[in-house]
Design a protein around this ligand. Structure first.
Ligand SMILES: C[S@@+](CC[C@H](N)C(=O)[O-])C[C@H]1O[C@@H](n2cnc3c(N)ncnc32)[C@H](O)[C@@H]1O
Length: 296
């Protein structure tokens, strides 16, 4: 039987609308910007050789956080050339990133190289070309949900770091309501062949991998929230779009079987996933930022 679900990533228009509404109802951007402006610069102070800094950004989207990180890098390392490799499979998002970058870096140049491909395709290309050059800074912001082999990906990219290099990983943390919801409903929301990602993936898995491999890291957890109050009013446009985004499904309320829809809505309001404050229902997103160090 054909799956009732259409993945949001296969419908650009619905994705853009859902993502825009989601962004307006979460404080996640503020936490990420604060981290990039206030905590990351100290970690970046020791990288590079004073002449150039090599960076790889994986799953950059349209580059809003990348641009903020590049700006902070310029502040920390004035006059140093930033050599930035962008790895992003979506042509549309690369196009948007290029437009932003063109406006931002006309004074303080960054050398951009664009790769429209996945993290594993980039890895394959890197191996085939036998590149021995090492990298100062690598970042993966909410990208690791999309790789097949988490351990191999983290190990490969960490191995590219120079002695003083750093890798920034951002992912949902294990206590996030989002992770709990996907853990419970992944099979029903993902009939075979309909999803190519692992949304229940979280930082506990990354930290376990790093601990087992003896790789040093520091981590910072932030309690970001998503206002899901409108999801409980049937037909409310904002609520329907947020619901699409959380379940990563086009028209979730209309296309999901009754039992699944009720189960997801019940779980979203459950105290293990959300809290009520000033009459609003706030879905707990909890994210974690991990700064991974190089090993010799
Ligand atoms: C949740 S978005 C995060 C975007 C951006 N890093 C941010 O934090 O706003 C995930 C991004 O990863 C990209 N992506 C999906 N699969 C990927 C893969 N296998 N390798 C690299 N990037 C991937 C998507 O196109 C998207 O831009």
């Amino acid at each position: 039987m054909a799956s009732p679900f259409k993945s949001l990533v296969h419908d650009d228009e619905c994705y853009d609308k859902s993502y825009a509404v989601y962004r307006m109802h979460t404080d996640a951007q503020q936490y990420r910007e604060d981290f990039i402006r206030k905590i990351l610069p100290d970690h970046l102070a020791s990288i590079g050789d004073g002449k150039s800094i090599k960076i790889i950004g994986l799953g950059t989207g349209e580059g809003d956080y990348d641009i903020e990180m590049l700006s902070q890098m310029h502040l920390k390392h004035p006059g140093v050339l930033l050599d930035n490799e962008v790895v992003e499979p979506s042509a549309l998002l690369i196009h948007k990133y290029k437009e932003r970058a063109a406006q931002m870096f006309h004074l303080d140049p960054v050398n951009f190289t664009w790769h429209q491909m996945t993290a594993s395709e980039f890895e394959e290309q890197w191996r085939q070309r036998n590149i021995t050059k090492k990298v100062d800074f690598i970042h993966m912001l909410h990208m690791l949900y999309y790789v097949e082999d988490l351990g191999a990906t983290v190990r490969f990219y960490q191995s590219l770091l120079k002695k003083n290099g750093k890798m920034l990983i951002i992912l949902l943390s294990a206590e996030s309501g989002w992770v709990k919801m996907w853990r419970t409903f992944y099979t029903q929301l993902s009939p075979p062949g309909t999803r190519t990602w692992f949304p229940q993936r979280n930082t506990a898995e990354i930290k376990q991998l790093l601990d087992e491999a003896g790789v040093p890291y520091q981590s910072y957890k932030v309690p970001s929230m998503l206002d899901i109050t409108d999801c409980f009013t049937e037909g409310h446009e904002t609520g329907e779009l947020i619901l699409n985004f959380i379940t990563e499904t086009v028209n979730f309320r209309k296309t999901a079987p009754h039992e699944l829809r009720e189960g997801v809505l019940r779980m979203l309001r459950d105290p293990q996933c959300s809290m009520e404050k000033n009459g609003r229902i706030l879905f707990n997103k909890w994210e974690e930022f991990i700064i991974v160090e190089a090993t010799d």
